[in-house]
Design a protein around this ligand. Structure first.
Ligand code: HT7
Ligand code: ZN
Length: 875
């Protein structure tokens, strides 16, 4: 397969101003007719030029140019499209084609999900519906007519406003939709089905009433209230914080059961994985409620950052995704607890993006090449991209950032633009030179920052030495320094922030130090003895910080730092050091024991009455196995698992009475139907206590977990108790899982939770259980949610079993990747990812992982999606 390069970008030869699309849905063959009115693009040149139309997996029936039917010799067939040569000026092109959505297992383009038809066109799905210049810088006004059987598909939807409906012969009907906003093909959507609708409305700040509609399959009505509420709050937040008002008279969401990703921001007609819409008290956990809220917000926010202003080409994906993730993160932070949200975001970045940035598929936030664009919807483009926007926000300050956004919209509304255009608007609005900052878009890899300091008691100065380096990544052997904003404070002996004088300048009690060279020295003056630097507060840059904190400094910061992230980080670092020491002891055949400093830091946290329960629940969570693995040169999977289990056991056992008292106190304090942030926090803390109680191995712990499952007060409590029991081989676990299965077997989304629990158990025999469950009557081997729950639950959520030293986990994954690739390459390619990290493991495992990758790459009919990931994994 060929590689596409950013440096080869050229503007489209022709622009399309309008498209009239007619889709006639039939059980056997669906016909698609389109009428394109276009012209030569002056930015590309003048005179006759080839018009290239992308098109895949369809039968081309006819082509008519300006009323003349084209014969075979009038156009040329290309592997993934056609060329109509010699088009010089304005033109009208009519295209007739035939497709079979019922056979579309890739879930790209038009496909059938359950009983309904729906579309997914980002990034390149529209070319599977009709021949068209399917690139985001070709923006047209769409008028769409859908025809279908009226009884089976009473609801016919597309983008924009419904302008006409009517009946046809033979029990069929039609609807015509017109979207007045120019858009790229990737934002086109249509839906046909027998759907239930939840209706509401939102009045914009200028007084326009917008109809809100959420469509679901029958049986799911009554489970859309939270999504609707989230939508209205997102609309209000975007007006208030960004000044963005919704622009059509109707905003629709459709929930579908077979979907490759989370959701899609099609103009006026978002399509969602039903997992991210459907929620009620008995079936959704607090985490589900918060995720739904965040995804509804994210897709809605794309209306301005993505739809009104879109990407010139797919290399610019982070222009819309990084910015929109930053926006949804801030919405959630404003809605709930800012500190807890930040900790969660950093956790994700470190667990998923840092490994990507340090592995064979590392790429910049704006990649410079790809084989398959679907492989670039990555945590780097999304989450690191959001960190890049966050750093711009930090460097400019909130006010100048907002001016930058206003200028960006003023300049580019209705256009398809680049990341450079975004940064230029920020720079011009603020007057801050961002030239060097742009390296963040072009350079892959996670910068390492070292921080060392000396205190001069006589001079009362603290001298801080900062330095940065970035390791080579594929294709980028030499790295340049990037611009790193380090939010910094000094914490005095009494636990308070000290006033700062930085290099002679008074700087309040918190400052942003900018490290934009390889090294920088900063001197703080008038510093009292005992001050401890608090660095990278709020995780102000996506870097790995190696700071010269002693264990005592970390204990102090874990007990006093007023920045929630930094406080959490101090305890995480202390615990990481302690668990890694246990790993070393274990490997050297010495007895393991958890450093008492961790026990006292946890005890101090538990005794600090000022902490919000939600934050305390985060503070008390030990680093996960993959985080610990990342902190080692070689991830010794079994030793890490045992050391971490042992550390949890120690904390559970030593502080048993405290956990028990906390658990019992919080049990009486929170009604299960209270979905406030505070109530969610109390539940999180209570369930953290339960986790430690169960880990202690004492019967009272197991009994409480079993009782909590039985009480079934809320899905949060049931799932937390099941998770706490899941790694213990005991009758309580077996009975609880069976009861859960029996209760929820008819609800696919809840049964997915059960599949994931089964797949993520650290107990021996889990892989056999996973294989057995692939024949479970409710396991649909084609459905992405089922695959992610069971197969992904094992390969991504169960390090100790997936990385079994006999290589059985890798062989299983290779088989699954090859099976799924025949149906749905996008899902197969994502599933393949854990194998590419083989350099992190010992020789035997690395050999088995590369063997599995080789077996995949050797498959002759491999998709380019999987080929790109697996071959990069081997390089
Ligand atoms: N912009 C969307 C990205 C996307 C996608 C969504 C669903 C299925 C396939 C997809 N391919 C790309 C989602 C978003 O970031 O908002
Ligand atoms: Zn997005």
């Amino acid at each position: 397969p060929s590689t596409i390069f950013l440096k080869d970008y050229t503007p489209p030869t022709h622009l399309i101003d309008t498209i009239e699309l007619t889709v006639r849905l039939n059980d056997d063959v669906t016909t698609v007719s389109s009428r394109l009115v276009g012209r030569r693009n002056p930015a590309s040149g003048s005179g006759p030029a080839d018009l290239y139309l992308d098109g895949e997996d369809q039968e081309l029936v006819s082509l008519t140019l300006d009323g003349r039917t084209l014969e075979k010799g009038d156009w040329r067939q290309k592997p993934e499209g056609i060329v109509v040569p010699g088009i010089a000026g304005d033109f009208t092109l009519e295209v007739e084609g035939r497709i079979k959505p019922q056979d579309n297992t890739r879930l790209e383009g038009l496909y059938k999900a359950g009983g309904m038809y729906c579309t997914q066109c980002e990034a390149e799905g529209f070319r599977r519906i009709t021949y068209f210049p399917d690139r985001p810088d070709v923006m047209a006004v769409y008028t769409v007519r859908i025809e279908a059987d009226k009884a089976r598909y009473p609801v016919l939807l597309s983008n924009g406003n419904r302008i006409e409906t009517g009946d046809l012969e033979e029990g069929r009907h039609y609807a015509v939709w017109h979207d007045p906003f120019r858009k790229p093909a990737y934002l086109f959507a249509m839906v046909a089905g027998d759907l239930m609708v939840d209706r509401d409305s939102f009045t914009t700040r200028s007084g326009r009433e917008v109809a809100l509609e959420i469509y679901v399959e029958p049986g799911n009505e009554g489970r859309t209230g939270h999504a609707m509420d989230s939508l209205k709050r997102s609309m209000a937040w975007d007006e208030e914080v960004y000044g963005f008002e919704y622009d059509l008279d109707i905003f629709m969401i459709v929930a579908v059961s077979s979907f490759n990703m989370g959701a899609m921001e099609n103009k006026g007609l978002n399509i969602f994985n039903d997992k991210f819409i459907l929620a009620d008290l008995s079936t959704a956990t607090d985490a589900d409620f918060q995720r739904i809220e965040a995804i509804v917000a994210h897709e809605y926010f794309h209306n301005w950052t993505g739809n009104r202003i879109t990407c010139r080409d797919w290399f610019q994906l982070s222009l819309k995704e990084g910015l929109t993730v930053f926006r949804d993160q801030e919405f959630s932070a404003d809605t709930h607890d800012r500190g807890v949200k930040r900790v969660g975001d950093v956790r994700l970045l470190r667990a998923a993006q840092f490994p990507e940035d340090g592995g064979p598929t590392a790429h910049p936030v704006r990649p410079d090449s790809y084989i398959e664009i679907n492989n670039f919807y990555t945590v780097t483009v999304y989450e690191k991209g959001a960190e890049v926007v966050r750093m711009i926000h930090s460097l400019l300050g909130a006010e100048a950032y907002r001016k930058g956004i206003d200028l960006y919209v003023e300049r580019h509304d209705g256009q398809a633009v680049t990341c450079d255009d975004f940064v230029a608007a920020m720079q011009d609005a603020s007057g801050i030179d961002l030239t060097r900052f742009k390296r963040w878009y072009a350079q892959a890899g996670t910068p390492r920052v070292s921080a060392d300091w000396r205190y001069d008691e006589a001079a009362r100065t603290l001298t801080l030495d900062l330095a940065q380096t970035t390791d080579p990544t594929p294709g980028q052997p030499d790295k340049q320094p990037v611009v790193i904003p380090l939010r910094t404070a000094l914490i005095g002996e009494n636990g308070q922030r000290l006033p700062l004088t930085v290099d002679g300048e008074e700087s309040g009690d918190e400052t942003v130090l900018v490290l934009d060279e390889a090294e920088r020295r900063v001197t703080f003056s008038d510093v009292p003895k005992g001050a401890v630097p608090s660095l990278l507060r709020g995780f102000s840059a996506p870097v790995k910080l190696d700071a010269a904190w002693s264990d005592a400094d970390l204990g102090f910061l874990a007990a006093t730092d007023d920045d929630p992230f930094s406080r959490w980080e101090a305890l995480q670092t202390l615990a990481t050091r302690a668990i890694l020491a246990m790993v070393e002891a274990k490997r050297a055949g010495r007895p393991m024991s958890l450093d008492a400093a961790v026990v006292s830091a946890v005890r101090d946290g538990l005794e600090d009455a000022r902490l919000e329960p939600a934050f305390l629940a985060e503070l008390l969570a030990l680093p996960g196995e993959s985080m610990l693995g990342q902190a080692m040169d070689v991830w010794h999977v079994d030793a890490v698992h045992e050391a971490r289990e042992d550390a949890i056991w120690t904390l559970g056992d030593t502080l048993f009475d405290t956990w028990l008292a906390l658990y019992d106190r919080l049990s009486g304090e929170t009604a299960a139907d209270d979905l406030s942030t505070a109530a969610m926090g109390r539940r999180a803390l209570r369930n953290r206590a339960l986790q430690f109680l169960v880990s202690s191995g004492r019967p009272e712990g197991l009994a409480r977990a079993a009782a909590q499952v039985q009480a079934a007060a809320s899905m949060t409590d049931v799932m937390s108790a099941l998770a706490a029991l899941n790694d213990t081989d005991c009758p309580e676990r077996t009975e609880a899982l069976q009861a859960f299965h029996d209760r929820w077997q008819d609800n696919p989304l809840v049964l997915d939770k059960w599949f994931t629990l089964e797949a993520s158990s650290a107990l021996p025999g889990t892989l056999d259980r996973v294989k057995e469950l692939q024949s479970h009557p409710r396991f649909d081997p084609k459905n992405p949610n089922r695959i992610r729950a069971l197969v992904g639950g094992f390969t991504m959520g169960n390090p100790v079993r997936f990385h079994a030293s006999d290589g059985s986990g890798y062989a299983f994954l290779a088989d699954e990747v090859l099976r799924i690739d025949q149906l749905n390459p996008q899902i197969a390619s994502r599933l393949c990812q854990p194998l590419v990290r083989w350099r992190r493991f010992d020789g035997e495992r690395a050999k088995a992982m590369t063997g599995a990758l080789r077996r995949i790459v050797e498959q002759p009919t491999l998709s380019k999606d999987v080929f790109e990931i697996a071959s990069k994994g081997l390089s």
